[in-house]
Structure formats: structure tokens, C-alpha cells
Design a protein around this ligand. Structure first.
Ligand code: SAM
Length: 194
């Protein structure tokens, strides 16, 4: 009875996911990324590329899986290191046109990128192809429109799904993040597979 309970607990902890949706807490190394100028550090704890690469995402993904990862133009190059470290290959992208601009160093920025990456074979489950450019006015700092999680649910209706760096709980999704209620414990995956 007791060992059955432990086994069940262990299986729940080691749940694998087919769909990973991540909005990393990217650390920016420019002078605008200060609390005073409204950079990410004003709003939440951030992580270096090395720290992000080191997350045990590989341990929680199924052999055939898809990763949707948010990034911004200045961090695009570094994002590929994270994608690779997590065991995925870049395939395509969505552009979120945020309507309102933010000041950049080279242009006036009003978009973010949602990169689609796969591991093994994980093509969309439905035939309909959605427009790659989505215009929705941005709201609070770093908050992503619900549209995108819904879109992922539509394209990939089956399989376990987890949102990394989540803030809100979404129906049908597990979550990980230091601001998310009921966060999955990623360190348990690391120690299990170490
Ligand atoms: C870019 S925000 C996510 C925004 C979210 N997608 C939304 O639409 O509201 C990044 C989140 O990752 C969290 N975070 C930062 N460092 C973390 C860490 N080491 N472990 C877990 N969560 C972390 C931040 O607190 C923040 O909630």
C-alpha cells in the first residue's frame, strides 16, 4: 500500500510533456534594462542564457514534442542556444504585432517572436494553417495574449502540455514558474535523471 503510494507519487512527478510553451525571463545586458527605465528586472527575477540552457527541460519532454518559445529581436541569436540545449530544432515562427511601440536601439520595436521548434516528429494535428502575423495590442509588461495559448491548444489538441515561466493557470495546462500557483517542481526531474 505504502510503496504503491510512493510509486504513484513518483509517476506524477515524472510526467512527460508533448507541448512546451515557454516565455523565458530573459536577462538583457543593455543599459535600458534597469528598474528605473522599466526593464524586465523591474518586474521579475531574470535568468542568464547559461541558467536557461541548464534548466532540465529535456527531462520533461516526450520523444516527439513541440516547443513554442517567446523571444525578442535582440535575443534572437542566443535563443537558439537555449532551443538546442533543451533538445529542440527551430522550425518556424509567429510574429506578435503589439500595435504599440517600444524604444529600441536600431528601430522602434512593436513585435515579439514566438518560435516553433520540434523534437522527433511533432507536426500540427490539424490541417488549417493560421496566419503567422498576429496583431493584438500589448497590455501589462511581458504579458502575452491568451490568443497564443489557445492557438497552441487548437493546433495541438492532444497530449500533455506545460507552460514554463507561467503566471496564470490555464485550463488543461500544467505550469512552472515562481509566480505560478501549483508550479511543477523542475528540480525533481533533474535529480531523477541525474
Ligand atoms: C516573461 S515573464 C512571463 C510572463 C507570462 N508569460 C505572462 O504572459 O504573464 C517570466 C516569468 O518567469 C519568472 N521567473 C524568473 N526567474 C525564474 C526562476 N528562476 N524560476 C521560475 N520562474 C522564474 C518570473 O517571475 C516571471 O513570472
Amino acid at each position: 500500500m505504502r510503496s504503491g503510494g510512493l510509486l504513484t507519487t513518483n509517476l506524477i512527478r515524472m510526467k512527460k510533456y508533448k507541448i512546451i510553451y515557454a516565455d523565458p525571463a530573459w536577462k538583457y545586458n543593455d543599459k535600458q534594462n534597469t528598474p528605473k527605465l522599466g526593464g524586465a528586472v523591474k518586474h521579475y527575477q531574470t535568468m542568464t542564457i547559461k541558467e536557461l540552457c541548464n534548466l532540465p527541460v529535456k527531462c520533461l519532454t516526450e520523444d516527439n514534442a513541440v516547443l513554442f518559445i517567446w523571444t525578442t529581436s535582440p535575443l534572437l541569436e542566443e535563443t537558439f542556444a537555449v532551443i538546442k540545449a533543451w533538445g529542440f530544432k527551430y522550425k518556424s515562427s509567429f510574429v506578435w504585432d503589439k500595435i504599440k511601440h517600444n524604444m529600441g536601439h536600431y528601430n522602434s520595436v512593436r513585435h515579439e517572436l514566438l518560435l516553433i521548434c520540434t523534437k522527433g516528429s511533432c507536426t500540427p494535428e490539424i490541417k488549417k494553417l493560421f496566419d503567422s502575423v498576429v496583431s493584438i495590442e500589448r497590455t501589462e509588461h511581458s504579458k502575452k495574449p491568451k490568443y497564443f495559448a489557445d492557438l497552441i491548444d487548437t493546433i495541438y489538441p492532444s497530449g500533455n502540455r506545460i507552460e514554463l515561466f507561467a503566471r496564470d493557470v490555464k485550463q488543461g495546462w500544467d505550469v512552472w514558474g515562481n509566480e505560478a500557483e501549483g508550479s511543477v517542481n523542475l528540480e525533481q526531474y533533474r535529480s531523477h535523471y541525474a
